[in-house]
Design a binder for this molecule. Structure first.
Ligand code: FAD
Ligand code: SF4
Length: 397
């Protein structure tokens, strides 16, 4: 009889019980498995170790003298891309789902960790290990809610699977990398998306109720590069709301405390990251972090068109102005918000500069949040690249 590994003797925490990271828990799913054994070292909100894990995963950590490294993490290459035939119903053009399907079809992996939704609720996340292209397609489109993707990890070890792709956001991937060696895999591939401002299911309802004209029919939304939130409704219609018109005073508490204290917007530890914010409108933004990521992207090279990344404008004044406005919960009247949206879209930051705008705005906000709510964590929890980004701005007390 083979003896149990130390973690196999541990017991998953009960659903709904208080998590070790307390209110900062992002429900990444690790504690729903016996890998809870490693939580003190692995949890992104208890033990921030992005630099060390970058070194292990990519062979080096960020070079703090290189601005692109500071902002976007370790990378070999960045580009804008889109599928020539987009996947219907995907969040953007479906590059993530397409790579996962190719990896499965070509036998590179035996399963794909991704997140579908429950039958009853299109926004209630349901993590799965997909073993067919249909199951991957059923996971397309964002579930804009905290999702316990790692809750399926126990099933992986038990199934004897040796080659796996995990799709996930930064906090899930940090914990995954920390326990990677314990999973008994021959090869782990990680396909990440950026992530910011996530919410609990109840928080999502509040956001939809305060922002959309028809909250019950929303099937998809995204904060886009034109400084508007785009909602897509069941009947195919699109509704746009300018960022500057959001009811900040009501929405201040909507984002999960984990996301208010996160500094891994760009998913530093994935092999390949697919987002949108560094690309022109309608295109996706690709960050190839290492050789494994390049191999993954190459699998879909005949399905995508590419263009180089570009950068235009200067974000800094807009970020500096937004800091006290957000802090005081200022909401502009809708006519002014629309006007401001139009002006900023014309003259505001574009391409990589838009991505920097979004990173700066969120890191300054989150730095203030941690400083005010968890001052004892500030020094260790905020990575050095984030401290460098925040230090460019004047923050209120
Ligand atoms: P699709 O082919 O539609 O596949 C989407 C994949 O995402 C699926 O495989 C699914 O398993 C996975 N997924 C869905 N919801 C979750 C979840 N809650 N947790 C983990 N995995 C999930 N990009 C930016 O550039 N800037 C942002 O600010 C930004 N914010 C985001 C916030 C959230 C909560 C999420 C989930 C993603 C965010 N992204 C952001 C990424 C972006 O919206 C797209 O997901 C990405 O470009 C992939 O698009 P696609 O069409 O290729 O994906
Ligand atoms: Fe556990 Fe993940 Fe929550 Fe940390 S974030 S306490 S690892 S479930």
């Amino acid at each position: 009889m083979t003896s149990l590994l130390p973690h196999q003797k541990a017991k998953a925490l009960k659903p709904g019980s208080r998590r070790p990271a307390k209110e900062l828990c992002s429900e990444c799913g690790l504690c729903d498995t016996y890998y809870v054994h490693y939580v003190k070292e692995a949890c992104a909100f208890i033990h921030q170790q992005i630099g060390e894990l970058e070194q292990e995963t990519h062979g080096r950590s960020r070079n703090l003298d290189n601005s692109d490294d500071v902002y976007f993490g370790v990378h070999q290459e960045m580009m804008a891309a889109r599928k020539t035939e987009p996947i219907e119903g995907a969040q953007w053009t479906g590059i993530v789902s397409s790579i996962a399907i190719e990896m499965l079809n070509r036998g590179l992996v035996e399963g794909v960790v991704c997140v579908q939704n429950t039958k009853e609720d299109r926004f209630q996340p349901m993590p799965v290990i997909a073993r067919t292209p249909e199951e991957i397609l059923a996971a397309r489109v964002n579930k804009p809610t905290l999702s316990p993707n790692l809750s399926v990890l126990e099933q992986i070890e038990q199934s004897g699977m040796k080659r796996l792709l995990v799709i996930g956001v930064g906090c899930q991937i940090q914990a995954l990398r920390a326990v990677e060696k314990q999973l008994g895999l021959e090869k782990l591939y990680v396909l990440g998306t950026p992530c910011v401002d996530n919410v609990t299911r109840a928080g999502l309802q509040k956001f939809l109720d305060t922002t959309s004209r028809s909250p019950d029919t929303v099937v998809y939304y995204e904060f886009m590069q034109d400084f508007r939130v785009h909602f897509k409704h069941e009947d195919g219609s699109t509704e746009t709301v300018p960022f500057f018109g959001l009811k900040t005073n009501q929405l201040k508490d909507v984002f999960a405390p984990s996301c208010m204290s996160c500094f891994d917007y760009v998913n530093s530890l994935a092999d390949l990251v697919v987002g949108y914010m560094g690309a022109p409108f309608g295109w996706q933004w690709i960050v190839v972090r290492n050789q494994t990521g390049k191999e993954m992207l190459d699998l879909v090279s005949d399905q995508i068109e590419r263009q180089p990344v570009m950068s235009k404008g200067d974000r800094r004044q807009a970020v500096q102005n937004s800091i006290p406005a957000y802090d005081k919960g200022v909401t502009l009247p809708m006519w002014a918000a629309k006007l401001m949206g139009v002006v900023i879209e014309k003259i505001g930051p574009q391409g990589l500069e838009y991505a920097r705008f979004s990173i700066d705005s969120h890191f300054t906000r989150n730095y203030l949040y941690v400083k005010r709510n968890h001052p004892e964590k500030l020094e260790d929890h905020v990575p050095s690249y984030a401290k460098k980004i925040v230090s460019q701005y004047k923050l209120p007390e």
